[in-house]
Ligand binder design. Structure first.
Ligand SMILES: Cc1cc2nc3c(=O)[nH]c(=O)nc-3n(C[C@H](O)[C@H](O)[C@H](O)COP(=O)(O)OP(=O)(O)OC[C@H]3O[C@@H](n4cnc5c(N)ncnc54)[C@H](O)[C@@H]3O)c2cc1C
Length: 317
């Protein structure tokens, strides 16, 4: 079922969902299941599975370093299929511009269709590790909008180049990213919102936001998006702060601001166990307010460790 259908069926009740990251190559998938199992009692109607773009590694050969390309967390579509089968839950594979040609994307979408995956999240992806700016691969999309257009065209029965009549067209529900504190590269929040509107006009069905720690940012973002004519659901993405170093890392990587009260509380912690507890309590307060405001879904970034998400969900669902 589509994410938008789950939202419609909930009739105003806030749903619980979360995002997981595929295991690093070589790790057992059982670790992933062990982290998902405790969250299933909160009945997520869908689970997102991220995709990682390629990275360069240098391999020594005959005393020389050879540059090679690898993907450290493969398996997004396979994991989606295994979760659907194991938990009877809908899954949302993330589809990236970065590191994929349009043809490879079409191949992945056909796989998704055969597997009965009804939702995809269309994203540009970040710059490659060690590079300052994003650059598309040859034959790939430059912005998420192009990806949305490709998926929407497939929904209309149009392949990239093959003039074939589809006996059964896919009907993907398309999610896109939104940034309450603007995307790090955007010249302004208003300009970023215009770009979001372009993704919506291209066929996006719902938005999931970047993490934020001050609900005011989300509420203002939703108001600004509505004023711009964006009417689709805007799902808040929530990340519980978990370790001291998040104070520096999250603003640097995700361009988010942390409220003073949260910073003070984390700085007063003697160790990361205490930080994790602060993160849980902060997220519970945030989520209570968001739930009271009637957000369609509370969507959690789990980063592979679920005990904090479980504690938050237990207080809310
Ligand atoms: C919910 C969520 C899930 C995510 N999952 C993943 C994941 O699984 N894997 C991963 O690698 N990353 C993921 N990301 C990170 C995401 O890939 C990065 O934030 C990326 O830098 C931007 O992706 P986007 O889809 O928002 O890009 P876009 O919508 O393409 O926007 C990127 C930037 O370009 C600007 N822009 C857009 N169109 C134009 C144009 N025509 N001309 C000039 N500027 C333009 C925008 O304002 C923005 O600054 C996720 C982010 C979120 C919020």
């Amino acid at each position: 079922m589509k994410v938008t259908e789950h939202i419609a069926n909930a009739k105003g009740e806030t749903l619980f969902s979360f995002e997981i990251v595929p295991p690093v190559k070589g790790k057992n998938i059982q670790d992933l299941y062990d982290n998902i199992d405790p969250l299933m009692e909160f009945k997520p109607p869908f689970i997102d599975v991220t995709t990682s773009r390629e990275e360069y590694v240098y391999i020594e050969k005959n005393g020389l370093l050879e540059k090679k390309v690898t993907r450290m967390r493969p398996g997004t579509v396979g994991i989606c299929a295994s979760l659907q089968y194991k938990y009877n839950v809908d899954t949302v594979p993330h589809v990236l511009c970065g590191g994929f040609t349009k043809e490879e994307t079409e191949y992945m979408l056909v796989d998704c269709q055969y597997l009965g995956i009804d939702n995809v999240m269309a994203l540009r992806g970040d710059a490659m590790k060690g590079e300052q700016y994003f650059s598309p691969c040859e034959g790939g999309h430059s912005y998420a909008k192009g990806l949305v257009e490709q998926i929407a065209a497939l929904n209309q029965g149009k392949y990239l180049i093959d003039e074939l009549k589809m006996e059964h067209t896919p009907n993907f529900c398309i999610g896109v990213a939104g940034y309450p504190e603007k995307h790090l590269e955007a010249p302004s929040l208003q300009n970023d919102l215009k770009r979001l509107k372009e993704k919506v006009d291209a066929g996006a069905d719902y938005v999931v936001t970047q993490m934020f720690f001050d609900n005011k940012k989300y509420f203002e973002f939703v108001d600004a998006a509505r004023a711009m004519g964006i009417t689709i659901p805007i799902i808040p993405g929530i990340k519980p702060l978990a370790v001291q170093k998040h104070l520096r890392l999250l603003p640097q990587v995700f361009w988010v601001n942390l409220p003073e009260d949260l910073i003070d509380a984390v700085e007063a912690c003697p160790d990361n166990k205490a930080v994790r507890q602060v993160g849980i309590e902060w997220a519970i307060q945030q989520c209570k307010e968001l739930k009271d405001a009637g957000v369609p879904v509370l969507h959690y970034y789990s980063m592979g460790k679920s005990s904090n998400i479980k504690a938050i969900a237990a207080a809310l669902f």
